[in-house]
Design a protein around this ligand. Sequence first.
Ligand SMILES: Nc1ncnc2c1ncn2[C@@H]1O[C@H](COP(=O)(O)OP(=O)(O)OP(=O)(O)O)[C@@H](O)[C@H]1O
Ligand SMILES: [Mg+2]
Length: 408
Amino acid sequence: MSTAAAIIASLLVLAGIIGSIAVFCARRMRKGIVSELQAAVAPPASNVVQVWEVDAPTTERFLQDLAREKPVRFTAQQICSFTNNYSTTLGSGGFGVVYKGQFPNGVKIAVKVLKKRDEEQFMAEIGTIGRTYHINLVRLYGFSYDSLMSALVYEYLENGSLDKYLFSDTQSIGWEKRHEIAIGAAKGIAYLHEECQRRIIHYDIKPANILLDANFLPKVGDFGLAKLCNRDNTHDTVTRYRGTPGYMAPEFSLNNFRITFRCDVYSFGMVLFEIVGNRRNAIRGPTDSLDWFPKHVWDQFEKGELGTMTSSRGIEEKDREKAERMSLVALWCVQDSPDARPPMSAVVKMLEGGVEIMPPPRPSHYPFSGGMDVIRSREDSSSEEATSYWYKKSTPVMTKYERQIATL
Ligand SMILES: Nc1ncnc2c1ncn2[C@@H]1O[C@H](COP(=O)(O)OP(=O)(O)OP(=O)(O)O)[C@@H](O)[C@H]1O
Ligand SMILES: [Mg+2]
């Protein structure tokens, strides 16, 4: 055998050995990830689900089991593997970049890699967010936290966020579905405010944070993030926290003003206008004039011509009643005074119908420009007594609101 042939043969043998070692290591690594995950999500030994040899029914079972567990902690390597080395970006926002990924069992996920972190706060909040389950809230499967990166692992919503449909010329959602989306999102926020163990104020309600599943079922996302990223203790100075312009409640512009859960009600009202209008609330005209949809809704309501507004937005006669109801609720939600805004459980009732909505007072400032004296805050007023302020059931008793107006 010539020397060249001997060298080639040795190289081939060497390549074979290296290849076998690489395959062995990859298998070991995969097995490591899988067994760590199994350990993290495994239910008690008696009913272990073999999630990693997954078919559709076991995936379902896996999700059900995961729902009973704490959020799962993943390593940075696992996140890298789930996202196929961060190969598909879904978008980015104030907190970081969101990547598409999937668990080894095929369940799709959205991974938000966070910019800011504060370990103590992160760990405290993750427990709360991870245990907050509602059909209208985006589910947090788990998280990753180490010296290099922190990330949140969410369920993946096939149809992305609502803004994509409301503000697009090419895609839109029919009226009936938009009405259902409004009610579903309101239920999700009502749960955060009124039903979960510890009240969660969202601080950033907007169409981009209302996500839609394959059937356009709405789920509110990013709840708990303001706190998790240490953006909660901010009511004392304005500069430290701002939600998204256009949705942010006016009290954020006031120094030393206590911010309550009713800031979310205001933002939700702004979202409602956009759902009714199927457009952005503010559109700048050619001469720099501002076409402000909520003002338009108020003007039409004041003239008793809400029907004209809804028909100009392409809403059919048969859907007018619902659209008018939604407009009234929006007008109530965006009242300057946090006290005058209904709690979200009342918003749900009013949107669903079956109650008579009281005529809303003028939300005095569009955009907000003063009148600070009218703003008063009451921390907990989601009682039935307060509820009757915004709507009445069947008996025409004089409401607290009517009594106030009568004494003016
Ligand atoms: N769970 C998810 N499933 C599918 N897409 C998602 C999911 N979470 C976020 N996205 C998409 O990722 C994009 C970025 O989301 P992100 O929350 O970072 O930004 P944002 O909502 O615009 O701003 P903010 O930081 O204020 O929440 C959005 O366009 C959204 O549609
Ligand atoms: Mg978001």
